[in-house]
Design a protein around this ligand. Structure first.
Ligand SMILES: Nc1ncnc2c1ncn2[C@@H]1O[C@H](COP(=O)(O)OP(=O)(O)O)[C@@H](O)[C@H]1O
Ligand SMILES: CCCC(=O)OP(=O)(O)O
Length: 365
């Protein structure tokens, strides 16, 4: 691997989302460029599968990089958001054939983050550079006791906003001047989906998967009463795909209020009792899950950490804090910082602070 030289480590980070591809160039810990490329529905709907978007997004990335004068051959590596991979421990993973194979098949689901590894590899490989993903959404460090659902054959799945929750946990540890593994934390990612995790000994020993369970979110239902759900499945009103989409994209706050945007919901809550009830129920359910994860940590919680875009909403944060502060002090670290978290993961490898892991080896490939 190339040495950093006087100019420092130059890392390109890529974060593909459902309606955008964001990229950033960092030199060491400092951002030089941060760019969001927007993708219109009309541009993406031509692609049947998420994987089919690779040439289109790659072309947009290449021309945006060229427009800013960024040359791939001047970099030390390319890092991207990981996708719906096999359940693996957290860390920085080299993009390898087994990973690309898994993402191309998308057996664990279609998600824009599945594009991170192939985009990074397409840019890095011709220049002989390493490509990595960091803390993908499928990070799984759950204990055996957390996996049972109550029905043999259905296991709880560890899917969550691992990258942002772990990065916020590391920032908290750094600010406190203690190692991250020494902290017992409950983290809450307040995004369009709400993920939670209990952290102990540097591992997320239980998580709340926003697509399957826990509180409702700005656009997801979370847990539902199971017998009523069975009736809905057999009502003939939806195909399986339609129902899944409704649960993860059109459930929760947007279903009750017509909006998935917290500032909008908060602004209307004063005058509209139904919106107020939906907002109160959202806060109630998130707080209830914080309490559940506090019991995973036997009540010994050092901090409750609120992060994600929703943590910018002061009224929401105040209401949530009011309900959970009896458990532990609450720290607010708003925003997603995913590009920065990706770069930090790459830098830990470049600086030999952590080895890169190999997906194929981890998954027995
Ligand atoms: N600056 C902000 N102030 C208040 N609410 C915000 C802010 N940014 C995002 N949100 C809200 O947080 C929720 C999650 O949004 P976002 O962070 O964009 O999530 P995602 O990336 O998961 O779609 C949305 O309801 C959004 O309206
Ligand atoms: C599946 C957990 C991660 C997640 O929900 O990501 P998005 O909010 O980006 O869909």
């Amino acid at each position: 691997m190339q040495a950093p030289g006087r100019a420092g480590w130059r890392v390109l980070a890529i974060d593909p989302g459902s309606t955008s591809t964001r990229w950033a160039l960092y030199v060491d810990d400092n951002p030089v460029h941060e760019v969001t490329l927007r993708h219109l529905d009309a541009e993406l709907e031509a692609y049947v599968r998420v994987w089919d978007q690779i040439p289109y997004r790659l072309e947009r990335l290449r021309s945006s990089l060229a427009g800013r004068g960024v040359r791939v051959e001047d970099l030390h590596g390319v890092v991207a958001r990981g996708g719906l991979l096999a359940p693996i421990p957290g860390g920085t993973y080299s993009v390898d054939a087994a990973m690309l194979d898994d993402l191309a098949r998308a057996e664990r689901g279609e998600h824009a983050s599945n594009l991170g590894a192939p985009l990074a590899a397409h840019l890095a490989e011709p220049a002989g550079l390493p490509a990595w993903v960091v803390d993908p959404v499928s990070v799984d460090e759950m204990e055996p006791v957390a996996r049972l659902s109550g029905l043999p054959g259905i296991e709880r799945r560890s899917l969550c906003h691992a990258l942002n929750m772990r990065a916020a946990a590391r920032r908290l540890a750094q600010d406190l001047g203690v190692p991250y593994p020494s902290l017992r934390l409950v983290t809450v990612h307040l995004g369009s989906g709400v993920s939670l995790a209990a952290h102990r000994d540097g591992r997320m020993v239980d998580v709340c998967n926003p697509n399957d369970e826990g509180p409702f979110s700005p656009e997801r239902t979370g847990s539902l009463p199971v017998t009523q759900m069975v009736d809905l499945c057999f009502s003939g009103r939806y195909t399986a795909d339609e129902l899944k989409r409704a649960l993860v994209r059109r459930g929760g706050l947007v279903a009750y209020t017509g909006s998935r945007h917290l500032p909008d919901v908060l602004a209307r809550a004063g005058a509209d009792p139904e919106v107020r009830l939906a907002l109160d129920a959202f806060v109630y359910q998130v707080a209830k899950e914080v309490g559940a994860l506090a019991t995973v940590l036997e009540g010994r919680v050092d901090w409750i950490l609120l992060t994600g875009g929703g943590a910018h909403a002061a009224e929401l944060v105040a209401a949530l804090t009011e309900r959970v502060r009896f458990l532990a002090p609450v720290r607010v670290d708003p925003g997603e910082h995913e590009l920065e978290a990706l770069v930090q993961g790459a830098l830990r490898v470049l600086r030999n602070q952590e080895p890169a892991r190999f997906y194929g080896i981890m998954c027995g490939g």
